[in-house]
Design a binder for this molecule. Structure first.
Ligand SMILES: [Zn+2]
Length: 101
């Protein structure tokens, strides 16, 4: 399955106000089950808060999972320049630094 075709929405958990990413497939499963519980991409099972409830923060695990799905190459390996054209275009620029953050 193409991971870029997976769609998800942010849903705020009633329990703690955390906003989690829930795929369309999981939302459909929750509607079919009829119990109002959604399984987020991070594995958390939540009850959706009222629509007017503002989220307190976003789930870090859901953010990481979504980021990895949309940009798997950037997260899997550090960027490096290769090829003569890239070296020519980036000549004279300081070397990339990696930060621990
Ligand atoms: Zn989550």
């Amino acid at each position: 399955m193409n991971t870029n075709s997976i769609r998800s929405s942010w849903i705020t958990a009633q329990e703690d106000g955390t906003e989690h990413a829930v795929t369309d497939v999981a939302q459909e499963a929750a509607r079919d089950a009829g119990d109002g519980r959604y399984e987020a991409e991070c594995g958390t099972v939540l009850l959706a808060a009222a629509m007017e409830a503002a989220p307190l923060h976003r789930c870090a695990r859901c953010r990481t999972i979504r980021r990895a799905r949309f940009r798997p190459r950037e997260l899997a390996a550090p960027q490096r320049r290769s090829g003569w054209l890239s070296r020519l275009c980036h000549r004279g620029r300081p070397a990339e630094r990696t930060t621990g953050a």
